[in-house]
Write a protein that binds this ligand. Structure first.
Ligand SMILES: Cc1cc2nc3c(=O)[nH]c(=O)nc-3n(C[C@H](O)[C@H](O)[C@H](O)COP(=O)(O)O)c2cc1C
Length: 396
């Protein structure tokens, strides 16, 4: 990363001590750094530590006016090429969302018109509180870059999402953000992910092995590249990606209704969910007792959502996934043509080292009248990037 002037805004969380290593790392990599701290942050680490590292006074007070910098918050905002808020408390996330300026950090951030990078770190319950989810989503919509908190051991003594990623990871994220092209800016992308569930009775259901990882990776990567992402998620154990609108569904019928509404405003629709092709004709109203040796279930076909979208398709780019266990390319090509798709991602789910539930994938991209593109085995974020690169070249 070329030399940048980075204003580091430090707020009062248990991860504040890690900001010391991050500031050192930034300086070691040739960045010019100045620091502002909230009163809360100063309870965890003293300004003296950062003043010593940066060889500059730390900004701690809006009204600490001196001769050189008459209005400190404006001086810092104007000086910086980048604003980095680390760790970002739930409090500063809320203040940034609402434009509150009641201390040096929030006031300088409001006065900043350069790119803002925020590293939220907090207790999992605070992170998953509807207010915080709403605030982070708004910040993303306002163009603020948010680093997904890590999952791991929290200061509270249990494991959960909300941990501040390590300084090296934060630096890599900053570097990568400057390289990432916003080539999906203002594009509305709807992505489906995960598996659906069809009830057999009130306590049992039919489902499949989809983990949702590929769809969630696509959502995350598309958002990084500037898209407005709507994620329609079947059942998965994954946490919602920060700043992305997630609509949760359970059955294929729910998925069909939600997808058709979203499709109207979509520029690109990526159907990565593994929906149930059949549902139980008459799910039992009460739990089925184990009195009989056999339980014959009558399954009826669900709506083929992809096929319906293929018929409804106007200018949208329609992307499907084919999970096959045999004759991958032949079966997938048939599906692509039958469903009027612009792109089909063919996935061999007979292998247990890739596909369902794993972090890696190896897929083939099929397009009408074009040679197949074989993507080498890679993690799902990298595969997602390649799929988006291919979508970008489709002209409808
Ligand atoms: C020991 C301790 C640890 C805390 N850790 C966090 C944290 O990790 N994330 C967070 O959002 N708030 C945390 N808080 C609460 C904040 O310090 C509190 O909301 C404060 O008002 C934040 O102010 P600031 O954003 O101006 O720094 C913690 C509080 C204490 C006492």
């Amino acid at each position: 990363m070329e030399q940048k002037r980075i204003a580091v805004y430090i707020t009062g969380g248990i991860a504040t001590y890690k900001a010391v290593s991050l500031v050192r790392l930034l300086i070691k990599n040739g960045m010019l750094v100045r620091v502002a701290m909230t009163k809360g942050a100063q309870k965890f680490v003293t300004p003296l530590t950062f003043a010593t590292l940066t060889k500059h006074d730390v900004y701690t007070d809006v009204f600490n006016v001196n001769d050189n910098e008459f209005v400190p918050h404006i001086a810092l905002a104007d000086w910086s090429d980048i604003a980095l808020v680390v760790p970002a408390t739930a409090n500063i996330v809320a203040k940034m969302t609402h434009g509150i300026a009641d201390d040096i950090v929030s006031t300088a951030l409001l006065a900043t018109d350069t790119p803002k990078f925020v590293v939220p770190a907090m207790n999992e319950k605070m992170l998953l509180n509807k207010a915080t989810i709403r605030n982070l989503k708004q910040l993303v919509a306002d163009g603020v870059h948010i680093l997904e908190p890590a999952t791991g051991f929290l200061a509270e003594g249990y494991s959960g999402k909300g941990r501040m990623p390590e300084p090296e990871e934060i630096y890599e994220w900053l570097q990568a953000s400057f390289k990432i092209q916003q080539d999906f800016l203002n594009k509305n992308i709807v992505i489906t992910a995960g598996g659906t569930q069809e009830n057999l009775d009130p306590v049992r259901y039919l489902t499949n092995r989809s983990s949702g990882k590929m769809g969630y990776a696509l959502a995350k990567v598309a958002q990084k590249r500037g898209a407005n992402v709507t994620l329609i998620s079947g059942v998965t154990k994954l946490s919602p990606p920060v700043g992305i609108e997630v609509k949760k569904v359970i059955t294929t019928a729910d998925m069909a209704t939600t997808v058709k509404i979203a499709f109207e405003k979509a520029d690109i629709m990526i159907m990565a969910a593994a929906v149930s092709d059949y549902r139980v004709a008459n799910p039992a109203k009460q739990k089925v007792k184990k009195d009989n040796d056999h339980w014959l279930v009558d399954l009826v076909k669900n709506e083929d959502i992809l096929k319906s979208l293929g018929k409804l398709k106007g200018k949208q780019i329609l992307v499907g996934f084919a999970a096959e266990t045999e004759n991958l390319i032949a079966n997938a090509s048939k599906k692509m043509l039958a469903k009027n798709l612009d792109l089909l991602v063919a996935n061999d789910v007979s292998r247990n080292d890739i596909g369902f539930g794993t972090d890696e994938n190896e897929v083939t991209l099929l397009q009408p009248n074009q040679d197949a593109i074989q993507l080498k085995r890679a993690n799902k974020d990298k595969i997602a990037d390649k799929i988006l690169d291919t979508i970008l070249k489709i002209k409808n």
